[in-house]
Design a binder for this molecule. Structure first.
Ligand code: ADP
Length: 418
């Protein structure tokens, strides 16, 4: 008797087996659809933590914002079902989900950054949501399948905390992810949670891009000095013990908390503080694979000084009216090699007369290139030691900076002198 044939026959007439087969086929189709969508994305980075409240979303938001400011096309996906905080952190709580031809469109947050959060799915957005296990998985899968990101350089995924079913299914569902960043705190590094996160990634064959120790030390709001309340060295030691890269430490900083409450990312509001430098150091290691020591070596070898050039902009074009602009494009340029090494955008602080020159000085700007500028602003820039070029054309800011560096920028009239 051929047992196999009989059982095949039985299953063909068995509705339950048929249902199971259909589910399997559906599951396969879902994986395929997710893979097709994810294929258009260059790098996929998961931000994980062993427990909630350690700053995972803070890191995810600032990583995404920093990459977008550097000109990368970035998506930020918040699938922390229990506490999706990204809409609050980016002031998107009143945004509604937009559907178009069967796909979900992410929300555009400023240039280059698209955002999608579970929080935008929830009716009462301030309430904790209790989802049943299978439903949770279904929603996460749907999100990965149906959000139309288009082509992206980076997708940053703010995963649910812990090492349970949710981060597990996300890790399984995202094909060819670059790896995971694990966020922890000094109190946590010595205990089991972070070690569990590391073992979790290893079990999933997910690369660990590194560990970030958040809330490490305290920046005094009075004098700006860093106080190491919990001592130092715990994070790097733990990372070394576990054989994973240590990316850096971020202090407890009142500015981070305030930025979160106000719904503005910290790096957008305070791009040149000591804390911002720590963030940038971490992000540089993540995106270039260079460790802090490599970076120090490169800096030591290079005598090339960096200058910072600011241009008032609107929609990626030079904006003619210096005093009325909403944003600046900032370029860091190596003076000798004339190479642009960093580019980001920053919102202007407001329109009070006389405010911009001092503020630009605080941002470390050495040169301003603009279409038009009033005489008072010129006077104040001179006082701040900032050089300026007036009468630049309303072109793409990077093209203008390149012509300035090549010595071929043709400056015309002062097209707006107020
Ligand atoms: P998680 O995603 O791990 O739950 P969040 O990123 O939502 O954590 O951060 C929890 C709270 O802690 C937020 O209010 C955030 O502003 C604050 N926070 C995070 N990191 C810092 C820091 N380094 N300094 C001050 N406050 C911080």
């Amino acid at each position: 008797m051929n047992k196999g044939k009989n059982s095949e026959k039985a299953s063909a007439s068995d509705p339950e087996a048929e249902h199971r087969a259909k589910l399997k086929a559906q599951e396969f189709a879902d994986y395929r659809d997710i893979a097709i969508r994810m294929d258009k994305i260059g790098h996929k980075i998961l931000v994980l933590s062993g427990k909630g409240g350690v700053g995972k979303s803070t890191v995810a938001v600032n990583l995404a914002v920093s990459l977008a400011r550097a000109g990368k096309k970035v998506g930020l996906l918040d699938i922390d079902i229990h506490g999706p905080s990204i809409p609050q952190m980016l002031q998107l709580r009143n945004e509604d989900l937009k559907l178009k031809e069967g796909v979900i469109l992410p929300v555009n947050y400023k240039n280059n950054l698209k955002v999608m959060s579970m929080g935008l799915l929830m009716e009462g957005r301030d309430e904790a949501v209790i989802w049943r296990g299978p439903l949770k998985m279904k929603v996460i899968k749907q999100f990965l399948k149906d959000v139309e990101w288009g082509e992206l350089d980076y997708l940053i995924v703010d995963s649910p905390p812990g090492t349970g079913d949710e981060p597990l299914s996300i890790a399984q569902l995202i094909p060819r992810a670059d790896g995971a960043v694990i966020v922890t705190t000094p109190q946590e590094v010595s205990i089991s949670e972070v070690r569990r996160s590391i073992s979790f990634c290893r079990k999933m064959s997910m690369d660990i891009l590194g560990v970030i120790e958040n809330m490490s030390g305290f920046i005094c709001p009075g004098c700006g000095a860093k106080v190491n309340i919990f001592g130092t060295g715990g994070g790097p030691r733990m990372a070394e013990d576990m054989g994973v890269p240590f990316l850096g430490s971020i202090p407890i900083d009142k500015g981070i908390m305030e930025a979160c409450d106000e719904g503005r990312p910290y790096l957008e509001q305070y791009p040149v503080t000591e804390t911002a430098k720590e963030f940038e150091k971490i992000i540089k290691q993540l995106t270039t694979g260079q460790t802090e020591d490599d970076t120090k070596d490169i800096e030591a070898k290079s005598d090339d000084q960096t200058i910072r050039i600011a241009l008032p902009i609107t929609a990626d074009k030079l904006f003619a009216h210096f005093g009325h602009c909403e944003a600046f494009a900032i370029f860091d340029v190596q003076e000798e090699s004339k190479k642009i090494v960093n580019r980001f955008e920053i919102s202007a602080p407001g329109h009070q007369p006389g405010l911009l020159p001092g503020w630009l000085h605080q941002q470390g700007v050495n040169v301003v290139i603009t279409g038009g500028m009033g005489s008072r602003a010129q006077e104040l820039l001179v006082r701040e030691g900032i050089k300026f070029i007036i009468g630049a054309p309303e072109d793409n800011p990077e093209a203008i900076v390149n012509s300035y560096l090549a010595g071929s920028l043709v400056a015309g009239e002062n097209i707006c002198d107020h």
